[in-house]
Write a new protein. Structure first.
Length: 127
């Protein structure tokens, strides 16, 4: 492994994705490596096998059958694949609130790019 190599990884301490630099390998566990968060300087043991698995799962294109049908009344998690009747298959990349205080998901659609959709909308809007 090259010296000074760093990766982007979620830091449990910072609770965000940060740049981590390699500290060193773990004896007898070739797939595990110690990394140090460049932000908070906390060390984290990262399992490269699990990481690779995660990456493969993330890169795998979702099939229609894997997707949850988008309905405004439902709520969704980041990383979930959804199917929108007009826009097709997409993946939830983040969650936010609209200026009106409604919950929204940002979905990256295969063909259209990112679109915002409301979630958790009450079936009957209050008058
Ligand atoms: Zn950190």
């Amino acid at each position: 492994m090259a010296k000074g190599k760093s990766i982007l990884q979620h830091c449990a301490h910072c609770e965000r994705t940060t740049k981590m630099e390699v500290i060193g390998p773990v004896e007898n566990q070739p797939e595990k490596t110690w990394y140090r968060c460049t932000r908070c300087r906390h060390a984290a043991l990262i399992d490269m096998a699990a990481l690779r698995q995660e990456l493969e799962t993330a890169q795998r294109k979702p099939e229609r059958a894997d997707c949850l049908e988008y309905k405004p009344g439902n709520s969704y998690q980041i990383g979930e694949a959804i199917f929108h009747v007009e826009w097709g298959i997409g993946k939830v990349v983040s969650k936010e609130r609209t200026s009106g205080g409604d919950k929204a998901i940002v979905v990256a659609f295969e063909k259209l790019g990112e679109r915002r959709l409301l979630e958790n909308v009450a079936a009957e809007a209050e008058p």
